[in-house]
Design a protein around this ligand. Structure first.
Ligand code: 4NP
Length: 147
């Protein structure tokens, strides 16, 4: 199973989702490949935001060596599932898709809810972490039965 987590900058939400998912699947002994990308390119080449690194570290997860990349159309064929953190990202990723098969692999991470953007609000990093961890655990339970 190859999963790509996508947000706007690839420095806050999707690196957390990437790091948490990777940590949890490793703990379960699952050989899944997890990565993340941003729809925007402003932070390409940079590590995650220090506040995202700090909240992950509090839960024993090191995301400091991740490096931001921008989503490109090649990702749509490389990954089995592409999860976007909010509806704006979802629209942008769907706009890159050219085939029904690509579109079918693109989903909102929380199904019917968005992960709020914590970039301008320090107080959101902890609740965002909690949302992401809870959802990653649910997704593993669901997806384990598929592949
Ligand atoms: P992310 O957060 O999409 O969760 O990585 C953001 C990071 C950077 C910006 C916006 C959101 N920005 O405007 O630079």
């Amino acid at each position: 199973m190859k999963i790509l987590m996508v947000c706007l900058g690839n420095i806050c939400r999707s690196p957390l989702a990437h790091g948490v998912m990777q940590h949890l699947v490793e703990g379960e002994g699952l050989n899944w490949y997890i990565d993340s990308a941003g729809t925007g390119g402003w932070h390409v080449g940079y590590p995650p935001d220090p506040r995202a690194i700090a909240v992950a570290k509090r839960y024993g997860i090191d995301i400091s060596r991740q490096c931001a990349q921008q989503l490109h159309s090649g990702h749509l064929d490389t990954f089995d599932l592409i999860f976007t953190m909010d509806r704006s990202n979802l629209r942008n990723v769907l706009a890159l898709a050219q085939t029904p098969a690509q579109r079918s692999r693109i989903r909102l991470f929380m199904e019917d809810k968005e992960v709020p953007d914590p970039y301008y609000d320090d107080g959101l990093f902890e609740p965002v972490y909690q949302l992401i961890e809870t959802r990653c655990r649910e997704l593993i339970e669901v997806l384990k039965t598929v592949k």
